[in-house]
Design a protein around this ligand. Sequence first.
Ligand code: AMP
Length: 397
Amino acid sequence: MTAAAEGKAYDPGKVIAPGATIGVLGGGQLGRMLALAGRAMGYRFVTLDPTPDAPCGQVADRQIVAAYHDVAAARQLAEQADVITYEFENVDAGVTSLLMAESYVPQGSRLLYTTQHRLREKRAIEAAGVKVAPYAEIGSVEELRQAVQRFGTPCVLKTATGGYDGKGQWVIRSQEEIEAAYAELSKAGTELVLEQFIRFAKEISVIAARSPQGEAKAFPVAENVHVNNILHLSIVPARAADEVLREAETMALRIAKALDVIGLIAVEMFLTADGELYVNELAPRPHNSGHYTMEACRTSQFEQHVRAICNLPLGDPGLLTPVVMVNVLGEHVQPLLDWIVRPESEQVPGVTAKVHLYGKQEAKKGRKMGHVNLLSNSPEQALRWIEASTIWDAKHE
Ligand code: AMP
């Protein structure tokens, strides 16, 4: 049976060779790094984003300046691109179906439909045989009260759609907060989900790639540290037992296969002190916790995504060196720029800092402006570098 007959968006026999044009819906930093990797491979890029001179637009061949849901602009993207991908998951369903009808979108719409909604996502993860934190669908304050009773406090109430970087959620710490939490989050007008609070020892993530040929590979596990719900550090290799790391990679590959992923899937997980793993969230795209791969792996997540959507053989994701990725937010830009121009800028011997800046104009507090990959013989040395640099002393509140 052909792929189309099976209702699949991709064709296992179709290869998009270098020279072709890749269309990227969204012009942020993920699209930018995707275009930089893809251009090195000989692909052309066109991106669609409402902000003129967007991070991806700066490095693409062309940018269509229009709203993401602008159907005429999406049609233009479809005309100009041989294959289309996206750099964020809240892609408008109407735009996706238009792009699928008028161009080639091997990632399809089903995975977006699943990952745009926490309940659908959790059910899909469970169906893949992978654990998530115990959860309950919440339709009323009474249901919330009963579920809080069941899970105990603290527990986490989340909106089913639209949340990111900790937005759209409320950690309920006592019975007294139930009504306020329900009133606040139900304003979003979407379903709610209550999760048991997992007392994790670490947060980790695995990025897996899968191609239309069915080839799948996972990148090494990253250990992630968040500050104010925004990723601050990714430490690789993650400091956990080998069996746990292998299990996490296996889980990500299992999810990639079960959800028929094409391209990348980032799998965020909680790891408890006794070695239990629970999947928290999925992102069907390159991920901030995979930026370390740019210099530390044989193949970066961006090159791998291009390979996967174009149906080239996947690259070797193997780790070349221990690394710590540290995010540069708006408040860190000036101290970083001051550090870059200093002649004595290498504070800790043996640590090489690779700076990536996204070309964003306004360095707003908390806004992701860039990241630094610190290559070293051990993560501890890289962490010492971060401390010694004082660049990250300014914390976003
Ligand atoms: P999320 O938006 O789901 O990625 O959640 C943002 C952050 O909140 C996570 O990175 C965790 O640090 C924390 N968090 C979310 N859900 C839970 C949970 N069920 N148990 C413990 N911490 C959580």
